[in-house]
Write a protein that binds this ligand. Structure first.
Ligand code: SF4
Ligand code: FES
Length: 206
């Protein structure tokens, strides 16, 4: 099938932005990332975007595709149900060039929740023990690949520098619910102006 791909371009030198349009033949089962790589290889090598694993693991190719934030490597052309593909950079972030945004504020927000294991003062004499149920309590939130798609689709994040965004809450949940972690009190009360993380007992995933 023939698709028209409109890609947001931004030149940091001139600070000029516009959409460039590319018409390509694409198999419906190809991914948006495949088409973008073909454009870069064959039409315009200056188109700039991030990608690494190409398999939904690294989180580097989050971008707005036809109005929704998604990973370009995880969206098939046929999923879009249209032959017009419009690609923009993630919103609420400074655009560095074309589809590449400055992710520093996103990662700074994640750091605020101390997204790492905080051991108890006295470590167990042998290994940390955890039941299957205790491990299951935070299984969902171990799957975050820190792509930023959720946070940068949130209007509160766009307009409020103090709001850390949903990915930070996901990271906080991952450790607050870990029965081995002793950082609950730290994460529950630090920096109340920037983030009020409720005690683990009041959290639930829906
Ligand atoms: S929780 Fe947010 S940052 Fe993490 S993988 Fe999902 S969309 Fe990406
Ligand atoms: S390129 Fe790694 S998640 Fe898409």
């Amino acid at each position: 099938m023939q698709v028209t791909v409109e890609i947001w371009r931004y030149d940091p030198v001139t600070e000029e932005s516009h959409f460039d349009s590319f018409v390509r033949e694409a198999d419906p089962t190809e991914r948006v990332l495949d088409v973008m790589l073909a454009i870069k290889d064959e039409d315009d090598g200056s188109v700039a975007f991030r990608k690494s694993c190409a398999h939904g693991v690294c989180g580097s190719d989050a971008m707005e595709i036809n109005g929704l934030n998604r990973l370009a490597c995880q969206v098939l052309i046929q999923d879009l149900e249209t032959d017009l593909i419009r690609i923009r950079p993630l919103r609420g972030m400074k655009v560095l060039r074309d589809l590449i945004v400055d992710m520093d504020p996103f990662f700074e927000g994640l750091k605020q929740v101390q997204p790492y294991f905080i051991p108890a003062e006295e470590a167990p004499a042998t290994e940390y023990r955890q039941s299957i149920d205790e491990r299951a309590a935070f299984d969902d939130t171990t799957k975050c690949i820190m792509c930023g798609a959720c946070t940068t689709s949130c209007p509160s994040f766009w307009s409020n520098d103090a709001y850390l965004g949903p990915a930070a809450f996901v990271k906080a949940h991952r450790f607050i619910f870990d029965s081995r972690d002793a950082g609950d009190s730290v994460r529950s009360c630090f920096r109340p102006r920037r983030l009020a993380v409720a005690p683990a007992s009041s959290w639930s995933l829906v």
